[in-house]
Design a protein around this ligand. Structure first.
Ligand code: GLN
Length: 289
């Protein structure tokens, strides 16, 4: 641990506030890299201790902040970690930073299965850091997960996170395209979830450099209209889901109607759009008849 004066720390924070930079990014850096949470800082203010301990040398912390500002590199990639729901996930550039709005997918999945302690098999297609699959097995002890990803390096990140976060071996990981590695589970899957790449070409090209330069294109880019992967997932779903099984998809802000039409075309009913925490129709669900 590295001791610094509280005054120096607060002066630095004040400087950054005055520079107009996003202060939440600084709090994230202090937490993920410095080991000081926002509530620690608050307590420090009211208890006015003279010294504070950082997990990293103060100069090095400042250097990491500079790296974030100069390169527009997300703090999560600098620290190699991110909070998502109640967990801390390890990350690298092979996986997307799990987004706050995606957290809700875990509740949607849990609410759909009745009773929740039912033993089911679910698939998380394009698992990335493993955040969805891992949250689901930790929160639903009777569920067994099949997590797929086309990128072996991403799968390694997910497997590592599973080891760190869950003490049980209730997820099997498979490398391959969407459903492809799950041939042995044809007709056996009760629930499938996916946050696939869905950004259309024209929007992808205009994404900020913090995304374009650091996040994996294959986790974001959904082809000309953004729907090419969603189309593949829906058209193959009937082979893998049990009758009455559910499919939950995350999509772009304006895709839900099209996703519903695709689901209808491939034999799904009980179609529904669910708004995310920002009021956007982010999730589309359907039940295979
Ligand atoms: N929600 C992510 C973003 O807007 C996109 C994730 C995805 O394509 N699945 O950056």
């Amino acid at each position: 641990m590295y001791e610094i004066s509280t005054k120096d720390l607060f002066l630095w924070i004040e400087d950054i506030k005055n520079s107009g930079k996003d202060i939440d990014d600084l709090y994230l850096l202090l937490d993920l890299i410095g080991g000081i949470s926002k509530s620690d800082l608050f307590l420090l203010k009211i208890n006015s201790k003279q010294k504070v301990w950082l997990k990293i040398d103060f100069h090095l912390l400042k250097k990491k902040w500079k790296e974030h500002i100069q390169l527009c590199k997300p703090i999560q990639y600098i620290s190699g970690s991110s909070y998502w729901r109640n967990y801390k996930f390890e990350l690298n550039n092979d996986v997307l930073i799990p987004r706050v709005e995606t957290e809700q997918i875990v509740e949607i999945a849990t609410d759909i299965i009745c009773p929740t302690d039912k033993k089911i098999i679910f698939a998380d297609l394009g698992t990335g850091s493993g955040s969805i699959a891992i949250s689901l097995v930790v929160e639903n002890r009777n569920w067994t997960g099949l997590a797929t990803d086309i990128d072996m390096n991403a799968l390694k990140v997910a497997q590592k996170n599973h080891k760190i976060i869950s003490s049980e071996s209730n997820i099997n990981f498979y490398c391959g395209n969407w459903w492809e590695p799950l041939v042995h589970y044809a007709g056996m899957i009760n629930l499938a979830i996916s946050n696939p790449p869905y950004i259309p070409k024209n929007i992808y090209e205009r994404l900020p450099s913090s995304v374009i330069n650091f996040e994996p294109k294959k986790a974001l880019y959904g082809g000309e209209d953004g729907l090419s992967h969603i189309r593949q997932i829906i058209s193959d779903a009937p082979k893998f889901l049990v009758k009455g099984g559910w499919l939950i998809l995350e999509n772009h802000f304006d895709q839900s109607k099209k996703v519903k039409n695709l689901l209808r075309k491939y034999g799904f009913d009980s179609l529904k759009t669910i708004n995310d925490i920002f009021g956007i129709g982010r999730f589309t669900i359907g039940r295979y008849k």
